[in-house]
Design a protein around this ligand. Sequence first.
Ligand code: A3D
Length: 317
Amino acid sequence: MPRPKIALVGSGAIGATLAHISGIKELGDVVLFDIVEGMPQGKALDLSQLSPVEGFDTKYTGTQDYSAMKDADVVIVTAGVPRKPGMSRDDLLAINAKIIREVATNIKTFCPNAFVICITNPLDAMVQLLQSASGLPTNKVCGMAGVLDASRFRYFIAEKLNVSVEDVSALVMGGHGDTMVPLVRYTTVAGIPLPDLVSMGWLTQEDIDKLVERTRFGGGEIVQLLKTGSAFYAPAASAIAMAESYLRDKKRLLPCAAYLTGQYGVNGFYCGVPCIIGKDGVEKVVELKLTAEEDKMFRQSVESVRQLVEATPNARL
Ligand code: A3D
């Protein structure tokens, strides 16, 4: 039986880390695509030379030719440019939208049956554009943000309470940005919700507010430290969790940017919601009963996504 094929469009910081983790987890053979001559080839060769040390048999290919991703089972898109000094958010939107349209056309041509995960920012608009420009079914195109945001929240809680990260489970909804909604009620330590931990005296409401705030600005904190780029280890690991759930039909319940058709009262937009990911892609959007306060925060987040999408030409279906 042939190994699954994973195409990575964009072989920069996140793309290379995706390739590395895919190998270590033996998810399939990996195609690294990038417009920079030689760079994906060099990374593919380096990763191939790592494989004997780690003991996995992934075949890596580096390329500038989109046809190399023919019949890929999974495509993870990180192609794009980061914001440079003097560049507005709208400038970035226009440049990355052009790149995403080109990527979408090639996905449609070479691997229309793939499960596609978008990471390129601004995420909520780019995933919408990737779907509409590729014409792939909405259940086969989703965006990675919630797994990362939840993972940040989980780490901050574990660090604060001095417990294992393994026992902390968290849920973050909404758009990927300052308006994201970490759901405190649904965040637990070994099944104990955070509000109960407040009653038990493990942490205060003020502590929770600080952890939520740090999660909301988690990406910016790393950008400030790195100065020349943004986070890449955790974003890559988060997208791999989604790809693995699809390839191995694990049916994990993960927060992803998914296309909503009336769930949570939202129609025709991608937004971060809990989803089941299995062999059919996004198999189900899980609808939670939100409190009035959570619902208000979620609506604000949806509104900011809507504005972003409307600012992106032809992003909507
Ligand atoms: P970077 O290391 O710059 O890699 C991007 C790669 O895209 C570069 O190697 C470019 O050469 C390549 N590229 C540019 N144009 C094209 C094109 N037309 N076709 C193919 N490749 C192209 O960035 P990165 O890997 O650190 O980040 C990638 C994207 O992810 C950026 O848009 C980030 O903002 C975004 N990001 C999103 C999250 C989320 O949680 C959603 C987190 C972190 C980063």
